[in-house]
Design a protein around this ligand. Sequence first.
Ligand code: UDP
Length: 372
Amino acid sequence: MYDYLIVGAGIFGAVFAREMTDQGKRCLVIDKSSHIAGHIYTEAVEGIQVHVYGAHIFHTSDKEIWEYVNRFTTFNHFINSPLAIYKDELFNLPFNMNTFHQMWGCKTPKEAKEIIDKQTEQLKDTDPTNLEEQAIKLVGPDIYEKLINGYTEKQWGRACKDLPAFIIKRLPVRFIYDNNYFNDRYQGIPENGYTSMIEHMLEGIEVRLNTDYYAVRDQEEFRAKKTLFTGMIDEYYNYCFGELEYRSLRFDTKIIDEENFQGNAVINYTEREIPYTRIIEHKHFAFGKQPKTVVTYEYPATWKTGDEPYYPVNNEKNDALYERYKELGEKENNIIFGGRLGQYKYYDMDKVVRAALHLVNEVSEKANSADI
Ligand code: UDP
């Protein structure tokens, strides 16, 4: 019998498995997919590491987490500086002096602030209750219309008024000329891809792929004292309180016979009429010089049961529903839920690693006090 059955070989499961194995526990990791690494899976195509389930850029301000992931890979010096195309205009992101110059022709922070202040004057003392109000209060209606509204409504499949404000707070607003999408101290992409990083985390640990938990959970050979489950918590409980909502994605990936297709790793298409949200040119995440290039058009998609879930939709209704599932989960003795799907949370990778390490401590402390 195993100490831990870990369901899902994504980053949460891999960190948990690594730590528990290092504490002398016997772990088995299973995944229904044919590969490890979950949604951060990368594979080489034409010598280029392709982010098969969408682009992932590791960024963190947490030194301990940065050092932790660096045990398993070397990160390159990639800095994410996406562009946004709206009709025939091109803008820098995140919202910074370059964007303000492109939008209004202003050159100094003072000028930019004056324009934004004027555009947001009536909202000064209001408390935004949804994404639309939050966005307009932050950067004014011009930027909202050209760079936020269409993109967000495509991405989430609902009106900005019906989305939580926190989503837009992920994006920095800066009054300096700085196109770095993140404010974090550390940033990069694993030099040999994310799959290799997860492979190193799972070194020496038993992994079984193409293995569906629901199909094998009653089998003797998969028995464990405890299970860490990183799949969808509502599915685990047979949707007994109803379905949580997710957002899905569809990726259209092509090899193009030219060296440089768009000149940047990420270009967002912010107008509503274009059905994809962004085009990713994978080689630019790694400064690639290959003769060909691989690009992915990312189409947001409605999620329905059975589809691949990518984003939890953390609005009030879903969060309240999740709380009910969470309560059920907390009553369990032998199963723990973790990760973006198990905890129904729009997590960045560094937060996932942090949460997995936190869970390891929590579980180990409980086990130690039980021994006493
Ligand atoms: N966003 C936007 N315009 C953009 C890029 C992002 O309005 O050009 C908003 C949108 O609401 C999106 C959110 O910012 O859902 C977060 O974007 P991010 O790029 O962080 O999302 P992720 O990479 O996780 O999909």
